[in-house]
Design a protein around this ligand. Structure first.
Ligand SMILES: Cc1cc2nc3c(=O)[nH]c(=O)nc-3n(C[C@H](O)[C@H](O)[C@H](O)COP(=O)(O)OP(=O)(O)OC[C@H]3O[C@@H](n4cnc5c(N)ncnc54)[C@H](O)[C@@H]3O)c2cc1C
Length: 390
C-alpha cells in the first residue's frame, strides 16, 4: 500500500496544473456566462497529452490508467474548471476512447482514436431516454434490421456535448424489450456522425454546467451501417458497463478538485474579511468547522477514489469502491460549495467570486451519472447482502 504519487504521476499532475492555471477561473466564468463549450481549454489539454493518458500508445495515447487520469482531472478542476472537468473527460477519453479502444474494429480505432486523443473530434454518448433514466434497460430506441444495415428510430435526452460533438455513441435496442427474456439482451452500440440524416438535436435549458451543452436527440429513420457497430450485436450491455463504470472515477476526481478550489476561495476570503472589529471572520468556529468538515470528507472520498482507480488499472473489480467514493464525494462537494458561498455572505452570490458556478455545476453529480439512491441500493444489496428493494 503506497499512498505516494510516482514521479510520472507527479509530472502528469504538474502538467495538468500548468494547463489549468493557464486558463484559470475567469476563463470558466466567461464561458459559463456565454454557455460556450471550452474548445480552447480542451485542445490545450489534449495537446499536453492529458486526454489520451489512459488510451493506447499506438494511437497517440500514453497507455497509462485511470489513476493518472484522476490525478490530472483533480488538478484541472482545482485550477478553475470545477466539476464540469469530470463531465468533459467523459466525452473523448471514456465515451469515445474506452468504447472504441476496447470494442472497436481496427479500422474504427485507426480512424477515430488519434483525432479523439488530439482533440480534433468530440464524441458524446446517447443513452438516457425520457422513459429510461435510472431504469436504463427499459430504453425503447430501436434499430430495425434492414438487410445488412439497420434503421434507427427513438428519442434520447440530456445528452452532454451533443451540440459540440461530431460523433455520437448511440445505445439502442436491436431486439425489442418484449422479444427478449433478459432485459440485458438485444442492446447494441453504434458510432455515428451527429449530423447524419435523420438525427435532430434540441438544446435543454438548465441550472448549471453551462459549458457542457445538453440536448434532446431525435432519431428519425437513421440508417446504421455494419461498420457503425461497436462491439457485439445484441450483447452491448456488458460492453457498455465497462464504459460506464469508469465514469464514476472521473466524476469523483472532478468533485475532489472542486472541493479543494471552493475551500481555497472560502478560506482566502475569510482570512481577509473583517465584520465586527479587527478579527477576520476566519477566526469564528461557525466559519471554520463546516469547512474543516468538508476537508475531512473529501480527503476520505479521494483516497477511496484512488483505490478504485488502482483496482481498475490492475484489472480487478472496483465497482464497490468507485460507488462509495462517488457517493461521499458528491455529498461532500454539495455541502462544501454551499458552505463556501455562505462564508462569503453576499459575495458568495456574485458571479465574480465563482462559488455560485461551482455550486450550480456540482449539483448534477448528486444524481448523475448514477444517483446516490442507486448507489445506496447497490451498497445494501452487494456489500450488505440485503434483498433488492425494487
Ligand atoms: C446535465 C445532465 C447531463 C447528462 N448527461 C448525459 C449524457 O451525456 N448521456 C446520457 O445518456 N445521459 C445523460 N444524463 C442523464 C443522467 O444520467 C440521468 O438524468 C440519470 O441517470 C437519472 O435518470 P433520470 O433523470 O431519468 O431520473 P429517474 O430515473 O427518473 O429517477 C428519479 C429519482 O428517483 C430515484 N430512483 C429511481 N429508482 C429508484 C430506486 N429503485 N430506488 C431508489 N430511488 C430510485 C432516482 O435516484 C432519482 O432521484 C445527463 C443528465 C443531466 C441532468
Amino acid at each position: 500500500m503506497d499512498f505516494n504519487l510516482t514521479d510520472e504521476q507527479q509530472m502528469i499532475a504538474a502538467t495538468a496544473r500548468k494547463v489549468g492555471e493557464r486558463f484559470g477561473l475567469e476563463y470558466w466564468r466567461d464561458h459559463d456566462k456565454r454557455k460556450a463549450f471550452p474548445h480552447e481549454f480542451w485542445k490545450a489539454t489534449c495537446e499536453a497529452g492529458i486526454c489520451g493518458v489512459a488510451l493506447p500508445e499506438e494511437y497517440g495515447g500514453s497507455g497509462l490508467g485511470m489513476t493518472e487520469m484522476a490525478v490530472a482531472i483533480e488538478e484541472l478542476a482545482k485550477a478553475g474548471g470545477g466539476s464540469t472537468i469530470g463531465q468533459l473527460f467523459m466525452l473523448n477519453p471514456i465515451f469515445g476512447g474506452v468504447a472504441i479502444a476496447n470494442f472497436g474494429t481496427p479500422e474504427m480505432k485507426q480512424k477515430y482514436l488519434p483525432p479523439l486523443i488530439g482533440g480534433d473530434l468530440i464524441c458524446c454518448m446517447a443513452l438516457t431516454e425520457p422513459d429510461a433514466g435510472t431504469n436504463t434497460l427499459e430504453m425503447s430506441s430501436f434499430a430495425r434490421a434492414d438487410g445488412s444495415s439497420w434503421v434507427l428510430n427513438g428519442r434520447k435526452h440530456w445528452i452532454t456535448g451533443a451540440l459540440s460533438s461530431q460523433i455520437m455513441l448511440v445505445v439502442c435496442r436491436t431486439k425489442k424489450l418484449d422479444a427478449v427474456t433478459k432485459k440485458t439482451d438485444g442492446i447494441s452500440l453504434f458510432l455515428i456522425n451527429t449530423d447524419r440524416q435523420g438525427v435532430a438535436l434540441g438544446r435543454i435549458d438548465k441550472l448549471g454546467t453551462n459549458t457542457m451543452d445538453s440536448s434532446t436527440v431525435f432519431f428519425d429513420d437513421v440508417r446504421l451501417e455494419p461498420e457503425d457497430l461497436v462491439g457485439t450485436l445484441d450483447r452491448g450491455w456488458a460492453q457498455l458497463l465497462e464504459v460506464l463504470n469508469t465514469e464514476r472515477i472521473v466524476t469523483t476526481a472532478g468533485l475532489c478538485g472542486t472541493v479543494d478550489l471552493a475551500l481555497k476561495l472560502a478560506v482566502d476570503f475569510a482570512n481577509e474579511r473583517r465584520v465586527f472589529g479587527k478579527t477576520p471572520i476566519s477566526a469564528y468556529q461557525s466559519i471554520q468547522f463546516p469547512l474543516a468538515q468538508a476537508y475531512a470528507e473529501i480527503g476520505c472520498a479521494r483516497l477511496m477514489n484512488f483505490k478504485a482507480a488502482a483496482l481498475c488499472d490492475a484489472g480487478e473489480p472496483y465497482g464497490s469502491e468507485s460507488n462509495l467514493a462517488k457517493l461521499v464525494a458528491s455529498q461532500a462537494c454539495d455541502k462544501a460549495t454551499l458552505q463556501a458561498m455562505q462564508t462569503l455572505g453576499g459575495m458568495g452570490y456574485a458571479c465574480e467570486y465563482h462559488l455560485e458556478r461551482l455550486w450550480r455545476d456540482q449539483r448534477l453529480f448528486r444524481f448523475a451519472p448514477v444517483s446516490e439512491e442507486m448507489i445506496l441500493n447497490f451498497i445494501a444489496q452487494h456489500n450488505l447482502k440485503m434483498p433488492r428493494s425494487y
